[in-house]
Design a protein around this ligand. Structure first.
Ligand code: ADP
Ligand code: MG
Length: 327
């Protein structure tokens, strides 16, 4: 079964940023209000995520790591089937199979914390007492130490860290009510406090996207026929050379979608008449019954019941907002 884990890990764990994504999603699922991420050497040496969520009971700790060790994968056909599902429920097991992993946790009603460890294929079955406040820490050391072929694909420390930071940015914008703190090689890189009001949310956008974006962004908040669009649109005076600054969320979930991209690009182009790359942080809220966000678990696509209407709404609202500030 540990071999199956490693095969699975090839899919789910591509680089440090994919590990962080899984760990942060688990922390968010656990109801955490504060998440601390510690990274060393771009995440290859160490990735540690600590949260103050619900925790994992002692008797479930090994299970959380060993879930993949079921008889789920018996032959290649099974393997393909599981892969196509994106390995839901297998993330920790997969990560543990290609690293040295320590999982420490304490629930509200436990008088102490407990810990399990795994080292690549070897899993220490013993659950040991540990010191930890309510919540969970997952420590992942020496990623791919036992899969050198995979390790060879890693890029420079800076590149890996950039990817990782991007994952945190994207999630932090979707969860204003959760505090995020990120350190790299002992240095504080990101400190985001819980943001519960408009000012707090704007501050977070400034911290995540840079103060220059916020200063030259147009805030928007419009609603029509049960559709709401709010957030910030970067004005053409703001240009960002290197990375894309395009964050779009549908009902709180990060989405990269052709229809959405088209509507935004079109509005931008029609109003501003330049070839600039649009920059934005936008939240689209729609009746959950009118959208399917689970088209594919790992891709960020959505399917709208009435895509024409959504496209027209997005285009129309952005067009109007931008027209008001046309230079
Ligand atoms: P999945 O999240 O898809 O269930 P994972 O392998 O990511 O699969 O996690 C396995 C299980 O471990 C989760 O279902 C959850 O019960 C538990 N778990 C993992 N991380 C945390 C966490 N940070 N807080 C609480 N429970 C966690
Ligand atoms: Mg998970």
């Amino acid at each position: 079964p540990r071999l199956a884990n490693q095969i699975a890990a090839g899919e789910v764990v591509e680089r440090p940023s994919s590990v962080i994504k899984e760990l942060l999603e688990n922390s968010l699922d656990s109801g955490a209000r504060r998440i601390d991420v510690d990274v060393e050497q771009g995440g290859v040496k160490l990735l540690r995520v600590r949260d103050d969520g619900c925790g994992i009971a002692a008797e479930d700790l090994s299970l959380a790591l060993a879930r993949h060790a079921t008889s789920k994968i018996r032959d290649l056909q099974d393997l393909e089937r599981v892969m196509s599902l994106g390995f839901r429920g297998e993330a920790l097991a997969s990560i543990g199979s290609v690293s040295r992993l320590i999982l420490t946790s304490r629930t509200v009603d436990a008088s102490e914390a407990w810990q399990v460890e795994s080292e690549g294929r070897e899993m220490e079955a013993r659950v040991q007492p540990a010191a930890h406040p309510i919540g969970t820490s997952v420590e992942v050391r020496d990623l791919f130490f036992n899969t050198p072929a995979r390790r060879k694909f890693l890029r420079t420390e800076k590149t890996e860290f950039d990817h990782l930071q991007e994952i945190i940015r994207r999630l932090a914008l979707a969860h204003f009510d959760v505090a995020f703190h990120l350190r790299h090689n002992g240095k504080v890189v990101l400190g985001l406090h819980e943001a519960n009001d408009e000012g707090g949310r704007a501050r977070r956008v400034g911290a995540v996207c840079g103060p220059a974006f916020l200063e030259q962004a147009l805030p928007i908040d419009v609603e029509r026929n049960g559709l709401r669009l709010w957030g910030w649109i970067g004005l053409p005076t703001f240009s960002r050379s290197q990375t894309d600054l395009q964050y779009f969320y549908v009902n709180g979930r990060a989405v990269r979608d052709k229809l959405v991209a088209h509507a935004v690009r079109q509005a931008y182009r029609d109003v501003l008449f330049n070839g600039r790359h649009p920059t934005f942080v936008l939240f689209f809220e729609v009746d959950p019954a009118a959208v399917d966000v689970n088209v594919h678990p790992t891709k960020h696509e959505v399917r709208f019941r009435d895509s024409r209407m959504v496209h027209d709404f997005l285009y129309g609202m952005l067009n109007r907002a931008l027209a008001d500030v046309r230079p």
